[in-house]
Design a protein around this ligand. Structure first.
Ligand code: M7G
Length: 314
């Protein structure tokens, strides 16, 4: 929880951040712990603090992809330090000019214990959630503790990110807002990542979906793919369109990613193709009420603790 005294500091950080003063924001940041390091996707998650504030922060650092249009200018402006030379082979450590993309930073501030856990390296366990386990373990646990949906409501109420909206359908039952996901740099189309957030409140996840949601799901699929073709010239044959189960945020949303982008959470334990979801419900209206759904949990997840208390992993 934020102490009263932190409020001004937090607000100042927020303002600085949204003003685009990126380089200034991290000046008084200090690292408490490296939560996760992934050399394959070049990502690091850091737990840290700002000088003079009691609140915790989580910072995600991600190396950005090279931009084909500017690669030549980047190379000619770089400083190279030779690290190996052998016959025709040589390697260098390169320092690119300041104007070229270095890394992308995502800041979560103030971060809760759950955010710190979400981005920490942890042991992973598989759960096969039956209909009964959902109602006795998962559902009560979600009601007790899940991530705040404030950012979702801010988008739906046009308080934030409204200038980024790619498409909006205002229908209260079948409507949604399509906009860039926080994970996308909004530059490289090969990494395109949009998220469709439904207007209707109260649909928590895949588990809640039945035939009454078919018009909504079909609308997201059809209108979403149409607008992505029009605005980004990416055809449906290049899109991976899916719903996460379990999601982090329990207000139904659909992920649209470029098929070339190996998006986190696009594996069999998490991603359910929207087209298959629609077909399953068309075939069996209560498919997701009855289906055993498999997913992974990490040892610091609240849900993992609930399953453990029930003796699920014994
Ligand atoms: P999820 O399946 O609930 O959780 O997806 P995950 O984060 O574990 O994948 C939520 C999606 O919303 C993710 O792809 C997030 O990157 C994205 N997202 C989260 N937040 C807090 C924001 C935000 O503030 N703005 C936008 N545009 N996207 C967000």
């Amino acid at each position: 929880m934020s102490g009263e005294g932190d409020k001004d500091v937090i607000e100042a950080k927020r303002m600085k951040y949204s003003d685009g003063e990126g380089s200034q924001v991290l000046k008084d940041f200090s690292v408490t712990k490296i939560l996760k390091e992934d050399s394959k996707v070049k990502l690091m998650a850091i737990h840290g603090k700002f000088e003079g504030a009691n609140d915790e922060a989580v910072l995600l650092l991600e190396k950005l992809p090279f931009a084909p249009k500017t690669v030549n200018a980047m190379l000619t402006g770089s400083n190279l330090h030779e690290t190996l030379k052998n016959d025709i082979y040589s390697t260098y450590e390169a320092i690119s000019p300041p104007s070229f993309p270095g890394y992308k930073t995502t800041m979560i501030y103030p971060a809760t214990e759950k955010h710190i856990a979400k981005y920490s390296e942890q042991d992973v366990f598989v759960v096969h959630e039956t209909k009964e386990l959902y109602s006795t373990v998962t559902k009560p646990s979600l009601e007790q503790s899940s991530f705040s949906l404030q950012w979702v409501y801010n988008i739906l109420e046009k308080k934030t990110e409204s200038d980024r909206i790619v498409h909006e359908d205002v229908d209260p039952e079948t409507g949604f807002i399509l906009l860039p996901d926080m994970k996308w740099d909004r530059k490289d189309l090969n990494n395109l990542y949009l998220v469709a957030i439904i207007k209707k409140h109260g649909v928590k996840s895949l588990r809640d979906l039945n035939q009454q949601h078919l018009p909504l799901l079909k609308n997201i699929l059809n209108a979403g793919t149409k607008v992505i073709k029009e605005k980004f010239n990416i055809p449906v044959s290049k899109l991976r369109i899916y719903i996460h189960y379990q999601p982090s945020y329990y207000h139904l949303h659909v992920h649209f990613t470029h098929v070339k982008f190996d998006a986190p959470g696009s594996d069999v334990f998490r991603a359910h193709l929207l087209s298959s979801v629609i077909e399953n419900i068309e075939n069996y209206c209560d498919f997701y009420e009855n289906k055993t759904l498999s997913f992974t949990l990490r040892e610091n997840d609240n849900l993992f603790k609930k399953y453990k208390e029930q003796g699920y992993f014994d």
